[in-house]
Design a protein around this ligand. Structure first.
Ligand code: S3P
Length: 166
């Protein structure tokens, strides 16, 4: 199979869903954030603080292209579609799944989690703006869109597998 890419906002469940999907399809799973952390030997927060977001985006774009093109599941970082060449790269692929989750649900899920430099506490307005500005970008890059709101991970995986058959 062609590698399947999961895209969507922070907290949409890309990591957990990618793991379950990979198990279901018996293929390896990759996560662009984890690959970046591995290659730099520092956390995402540290990379943003010391190297800056632009450097992070460069690394993310490189990692995206280094992923196996076949027989894998790739979970991506929520901002990967902010870079035009990444949107073009993904648009060219036939297996890109946009996991849509309501912003209110995302905010609830990420309460108390400070691992994401762009969603720091008290930054609700900025998060709303970012969410709204990214929606059309996810839609531009994706082949299918799945609304994950209120659904269990196995149910979401069933839906992806079913829709990808068509
Ligand atoms: C980011 C999302 C994060 C991570 C970084 C930036 C973003 O990944 O890549 O904090 O710009 O939306 P997740 O979507 O896995 O949280």
């Amino acid at each position: 199979m062609e590698t399947m890419y999961l895209i969507g906002f922070m907290g949409a469940g890309k990591t957990s869903i990618s793991q379950e999907l990979a198990q279901r399809l018996s293929v390896p799973v990759y996560d662009t954030d984890k690959e970046i952390v591995k290659s730099r030997g520092k956390s995402i927060n540290e990379i943003f603080a010391t190297d800056g977001e632009a450097k992070f985006r460069e690394l993310e774009s490189e990692i995206l292209r280094a992923m196996p093109p076949e027989n894998a599941i790739v979970a991506t970082g929520g901002g990967i579609v902010g870079v035009e060449k990444n949107r073009l790269f993904l648009s060219d692929k036939g297996n890109v799944v946009f996991l849509y989750t309501e912003l209110n649900e995302i905010i609830k899920r990420l309460e108390g989690d400070d691992s994401r430099p762009l969603l720091r506490k008290g930054n609700l307005d900025a998060a709303k703006k970012l969410f709204r500005s990214r929606l059309p970008l996810y839609r531009e890059a994706a082949d299918i869109e799945i609304d994950t709101s209120g659904k269990s991970i196995p149910a979401i995986v069933d839906e992806i597998v079913e829709r990808m058959k068509n």
